[in-house]
Write a protein that binds this ligand. Sequence first.
Ligand code: 2HA
Ligand code: ZN
Length: 274
Amino acid sequence: MSKVTSATFFNEFIDMCDLCCSLGWNERNGGNISYRISESDVESVKCDFTYDRPWTEIGVTVENLANEFFMVTGSGKFFRFTKADPENSTAIVEIDELGKNYRIVWGLKSGGRPTSEFPTHLLNHSVKKDLTNGAYRLVMHVHPVNTIALSFVLPQNDRDFTREIWEMMPECAVVFPRGIGVLPLMLAGSIDIAEATAEKFKSYDVVVWSLHGIFATGEDFKTVFGIIETVEKAADILVKVISMGGKKIRPASRQIIDICELYNLDINKSLLER
Ligand code: 2HA
Ligand code: ZN
């Protein structure tokens, strides 16, 4: 029995691909996921690894990720078929000792490479590994309808976008008290968007790519899924509110602050200023 395919992280990863696809967040090959595998998990599955594939340049340097292993979705691979064929849809890659190159050590059996957004994923992992003492392991990118729709309509800045979303449901401020970072339309897959996203991740756990989708990060699958699910639910409500004429009875900013005080959450209050 393969050690990789029976590992918990592997099955959580594959189940997440399936779930995101069933929610309509990841059409075709849209979106991507990467997970920094713990040392003990690497130890228990590495008997399945092979080391005969070439080193390839990442395009960015991530020194603090040197010698780490990541599970990642493959470029052009359909989320819908990941569960049925994980060995051709995903890969485990090793980062070299300089943090400049990667090589595939498992998966993508009939060829292929990691997601086109791999530089963004790795720069985000790099920022969060330092900021959280290694606690954050997951980066997810999805294309959820309502959040994307709103990014065509709302001002594309952190403050306006966050406040509009926070005001839709009290849970929002509890789930992402630091708020949402927002980037304007930029070229997906580019080093520029990777660097701009990593800069946002210094302050936020969730970043909206306008006219494109969401990047979110956290410790584990349920946390990151929960953030995206909550942003998208609030976006769904806001789309309906705007569609009904957009008139809100009262802004909910005061309630957001009250809830954060109740739960002792470090809310980013500057995002609430009008
Ligand atoms: O196709 O989502 O951003 C994968 C993507 C690119
Ligand atoms: Zn995308």
